[in-house]
Design a protein around this ligand. Structure first.
Ligand code: COA
Ligand code: AMP
Length: 641
């Protein structure tokens, strides 16, 4: 049971708006829907006839690219910057006005058409943080093709799994990405992924970057700039509000990621509403989300949200530290006159480590900077306080998931601010009826920790299903507690209705704001010929929040040195999943701690590695395995002091 200070405040505007929504949700969303452009209005706001599969705005006809670009060009924003590309790793800053971006997107949409991409076809985009990636996403939206962006830090096997599942007609990629200390050639990873995938794309369009050009496969690969030289621009294609805009694969509990589907109409309405009411940003202002296009934050708040709202968005190809120093974020905010900024707490921890007294903050004029949002993982109060003190602006933690695509719990700055409680993401946003349930499905009272769920239907913008996997959608999200969406997060609500999201209840870990599956890593470890069984747990890390740690048991009779096998499995995870997994520590143990029914006690291993108190589970098969594990972990420096 958790006791937190009570506020006893009078009803806030956020509470009042929430109450309006709760009284008549369909009316609320119908009114919100008026803020976007429709070729044809919806027949119904919500179709719940196939529950638990809900559809928002059926009968409506829209185009997401039209709402992001053309609409603003036609309504007086043609010369306003739409996108500022700021790339310290290449020393480039380039601005695209709304007109320029619209024209570029229309040309690339023409290129896609020329390559045979039709409405409803899938296009995989595997690119670094370059403007061409945004152009490719919006060009797909323009012609009603479904994009699926794959994060550049994933390696061939992960990319291959997505190619096999999404069956793209075409892949857009680049010759390389640029990390702080190295150029990462993308093309060999792409070629290998296509080789591994069960279905092959008809063609690939490759952006050749000067840092490293890639050899092209004749008859399959085309050079971006050659194709862009003479295309027929394509106009926006009206699509059904319920048609998919994109698929974004995210880690599930196994090696096979889940293909989260986003529709056009609901997404458009929800994101437009969120920009003004949650982020409190007015059209014309500069908004920056320092994330990656490969994640949901990048989709929603680098590309679609700010552009739907007529903002200037920043695309940053760099890191919080090292490009060139821990003042990089403050330089961008100052130079591009950013009003509202969004990143992950891990980035702030990295900056705080390198600049604890905020000397780099004081080098810049941050007069325009108004609000700072954090999400992607739980924000520890120390990090929040440090940012508040150094920056002198409100720091807002907010909670959401790839599946929802926009915040579930947040302090809605656009509706007037609620008091901040560090460690809490504040309250449920309109559209989300958030409850905390016990194992038996009974609702828990305030302060009691349980499974956080959302009463169905989910609001517009959230996933209607998983790509080609209705059954998986039901199994993962809506079967545990019928009538509710299972967030797989645990936490509680306090007496003021604030949500405290404390951690996942499944095998997902959050490494530097990146969502990863320990199950997927275990599949890689288990495929090593000398490994009999294994477990991967997320252990605490000062900067990244969590990092994976692998335990492997060798097959009987294996004589090779344990250290060599540990190195090999580390290499295999990097090779199969990618460097982003940050899997650097594997240890060989004699046995894994298990219950009598054979379940591996991963939670207990994590507690031993973290140095937190644990009790020996009564169901344990042999308690001495815990001592053995503690000794092996101590030898590699766990718990960290
Ligand atoms: N392409 C290729 N490789 C990539 C990559 C990409 N797009 N992104 C990351 N990597 C690589 C890195 O180079 C690194 O490789 P290394 O093992 O050879 O050093 C590895 O993947 C791990 O990367 P990362 O997790 O970024 O760790 P880091 O130590 O380089 O940086 C932080 C740490 C905290 C600065 C960084 O993780 C960060 O900025 N995180 C914010 C994340 C974020 O914005 N998340 C979005 C949610 S809102
Ligand atoms: P992703 O799908 O990558 O956005 O990751 C979603 C998960 O990140 C959530 O289910 C949470 O476990 C975690 N998360 C994101 N934001 C927060 C937050 N503000 N507080 C606590 N956990 C968060």
């Amino acid at each position: 049971m958790h006791a937190t200070p009570s506020l006893h405040a009078t009803q806030s505007i956020q509470d009042q708006v929430y109450a309006q929504w709760a009284k008549d949700p369909e009316r609320f969303w119908a009114e919100a829907g008026e803020a976007v452009h429709w070729y044809k209005h919806w027949d119904r706001v919500l179709d719940g006839s196939r529950a638990p599969f809900y559809r928002w705005f059926p009968g409506g006809v829209v185009n997401s690219c039209y709402n992001a670009l053309d609409r603003h060009v036609e309504q007086g924003r043609a010369d306003q910057p739409a996108l500022i590309y700021d790339s310290p790793v290449t020393g480039t800053i380039k601005t695209f006005t709304y007109r320029e971006l619209r024209d570029e997107v229309a040309r690339f949409a023409g290129v896609l058409r020329g390559q045979g991409v039709r409405t409803g076809d899938r296009v995989i985009i595997y690119m670094p943080m370059v403007p061409e990636a945004v152009v490719a996403m919006l060009a797909c939206a323009r012609i009603g093709a479904i994009h699926s962006v794959v994060f550049g830090g994933f390696a061939s096997h992960e990319l291959a799994a997505r190619i096999s599942h999404a069956e793209p007609t075409l892949i857009v990629s680049a010759s390389c990405g640029i990390e702080v200390n190295r150029v990462v050639p993308y093309k060999p990873l792409l070629d290998k992924a296509i080789e591994l995938a069960s279905g092959k794309p008809r063609s690939c369009i490759i952006l050749q970057r000067p840092e490293e050009r890639a050899p092209l496969v004749a008859g399959r690969d085309y050079d971006w700039s050659e194709l862009m030289a003479a295309p027929q621009p394509a106009e926006c294609v009206p699509v059904a509000a319920t048609d998919p805009l994109y698929i974004l694969y995210t880690s599930g509990t196994t090696g096979m990621p889940k293909g989260v589907v986003r529709d056009n109409g609901g997404h458009l309405v929800a994101l437009k509403w969120s920009m003004t009411h949650i982020y409190g940003v007015e059209p014309g202002e500069v908004y920056w989300a320092a994330s990656d296009l490969g994640w949901a934050v990048g989709h929603s708040y680098i590309v679609y949200g700010p552009l739907f709202n007529g903002n200037t968005t920043v695309l940053y190809e760099g890191k919080p530290v090292g490009t060139p120093d821990p003042g990089a974020f403050w330089r961008v905010i100052s130079q591009h006159r950013v009003s509202v900024f969004f990143t992950a707490p891990t980035a702030i921890r990295a900056i705080k480590r390198d600049d604890p007294t905020g000397e780099h903050v004081r080098r810049y004029d941050l007069a325009r900077f108004r609000t700072f949002f954090l999400a992607g993982e739980r924000c520890d109060p120390d990090t929040l306080h440090w940012a508040e003190q150094q920056l002198g602006v409100p720091v807002i933690d907010h909670w959401w998931q790839t599946e929802t695509g926009w915040p579930i719990g947040v302090n809605c700055v656009g509706l007037g601010m609620l008091p901040v409680k560090p460690g809490s993401c504040a309250k449920a946003v309109v559209g989300y009826d958030v409850r905390v349930l016990g194992e038996d499905g009974q609702e828990l009272t305030s302060g009691q920790t349980g499974n956080i769920v959302i009463r169905l239907p989910l609001p517009p913008g959230c996933l209607p299903t998983l790509w080609h996997n209705d059954e998986g959608y039901v199994r993962s999200y809506v079967s545990r507690y019928p009538g509710y969406y299972l967030t797989a997060d645990a936490g509680y609500k306090d007496a003021d209705g604030y949500l405290w999201v404390m951690g996942r209840t499944d095998d997902i870990i959050n490494v530097a704001g990146h969502r990863l599956s320990t199950g997927a890593m275990e599949e890689v470890l288990a495929s090593h010929p000398d490994v009999a069984e294994c477990a991967v747990v997320g252990v605490a890390d000062k900067i990244k929040g969590e990092i994976p740690l692998g335990l492997v048991v060798l097959k009987a009779g294996v004589q090779r040195p344990a250290a060599a096998i540990a190195d090999e499995v580390v290499g295999m995870v990097r090779e199969r999943i990618g460097p982003v997994a940050a899997f650097r520590i594997a240890v060989v143990v004699q046995r894994l701690p298990k219950t009598r029914s054979g379940k591996i006690l991963r939670g207990t291993v994590k507690r031993i590695a973290d140095g937190t108190e644990y009790r020996v589970p009564p169901t344990i098969d042999d308690p001495t395995t815990l001592d053995e594990i503690a000794a092996v972990l101590a030898a590699v420096g766990y718990p960290r002091r």
